[in-house]
Design a protein around this ligand. Structure first.
Ligand code: MTE
Length: 314
């Protein structure tokens, strides 16, 4: 290889310094962009979904707070069927089968039936909604859920006038859900709502988050979300919905009735017997923030409880 010495180079071939510097900056930027593209390619689809997620409030039910990351939402979970530690559901739920999936709808209604999930979703208005989520344990998140209003389903199946409550049941599959082989809760997990709570437009049956199908650890393929109540009301992996006359049993109330009531509305003024509910730690933040009455949804839902003693009906 022939190397030209400096004084042999004709001046026409010497790049002026300002262009040379620009070119270096350009090359550096191009390399950085190349790395960004490569990283993006290597990233799972879920992270790209989070990247693409438009910031800020869009619909009338959205909070304008910044959503937690996809990683936070899908690795810090409560799903006792897969273990009791927050990291267990993500680790232990990969073999859980959610296809095919059916939901039995029965009790006080005109048309009891078993629906394939695809049929249950037919004709429903699927929406993305950014909700605050407050766990009874004192932490919270902001989660972009995807789902449809439970009210749409209720109207479709036409409950009778005797239907005053709605009861939900999680799938029972101890072969796939190792937690169900241990008696720390009574299985299957069950939950319930009063009919007016179930009909409220904020109440969702959820099929996804960050615009993608629910991961198993978050309650695939169908779960409940009631944003003004503590997170445990949001029963996961639902296989049965029953319209009933009387207040149905709920898992955490069966486990410790003095700690968990049927209503479980987020209420900073009613402490859990073992800890205060006045503040919460948003996952990803250091300082605690004040817990809001009905988790910040008081304007929309306080009327449902007018005249009720919320200390008694906790
Ligand atoms: N549903 C079932 N079937 N089993 C559970 O253990 N945990 C509840 C609720 N739904 C639970 C469940 C509790 S205590 C909370 S806080 C939320 O799910 C957690 O939902 P996430 O993991 O999507 O944040």
């Amino acid at each position: 290889m022939l190397i030209k010495r400096g004084n042999d180079i004709p001046s026409s071939e010497i790049t002026p310094e300002h262009i040379y510097v620009h070119r270096r900056a350009f090359l550096r930027a191009a390399a950085a962009a190349g790395i960004a593209v490569a990283l993006r390619e290597a990233f799972p689809e879920s992270l790209r979904a989070q990247d693409r997620w438009p910031q800020g409030k869009r619909g009338p039910y959205d909070t304008d707070e910044k959503p937690n990351t996809y990683k936070e939402i899908t690795t810090y979970n409560n799903f006792y069927e897969f273990g009791t530690d927050k990291g267990d559901p993500a680790k232990n739920s990969s073999l859980f089968k959610t296809k095919p999936w059916t939901v039995r709808i029965e009790g006080e209604l005109k048309r009891p039936a078993t629906y394939a999930l695809e049929d249950l979703l037919k004709g429903k208005t699927i929406e993305d909604r950014i909700y605050r989520f407050r766990c009874v344990e004192g932490w919270s998140m902001v989660i972009p859920w995807r789902g449809f209003q439970l009210s749409e389903l209720i109207k479709q199946v036409e409950p009778t006038s005797r239907a005053k409550y709605i009861a939900f049941e999680t799938v029972y599959r101890p072969e796939e859900m190792m937690g169900q082989r241990r008696p720390y809760l009574t299985w299957p997990y069950v939950e319930g709502l009063r009919m007016d709570e179930a009909m409220h437009p904020l109440t969702l049956l959820v099929t996804g988050l960050y615009g993608k199908d629910l991961p198993n650890q978050n309650g695939a393929p169908l779960r409940l979300i009631v944003p003004w109540k503590y997170g445990f009301k949001g029963i996961k992996s639902i296989v049965k919905i029953r319209f009933v006359e009387k207040e149905p049993p709920t898992t955490w109330n069966l486990a410790t009735p003095d700690e968990y009531g049927f209503y479980s509305n987020v209420n900073p003024d009613v402490d859990h017997p073992r800890w205060s509910q006045k503040t919460e730690r948003r996952i990803g933040e250091f300082l605690k923030r004040k817990t809001l009455m009905f988790n910040g949804y008081a304007e929309q839902v306080a009327h449902l409880y007018a005249g009720m003693d919320l200390r008694k009906y906790f």
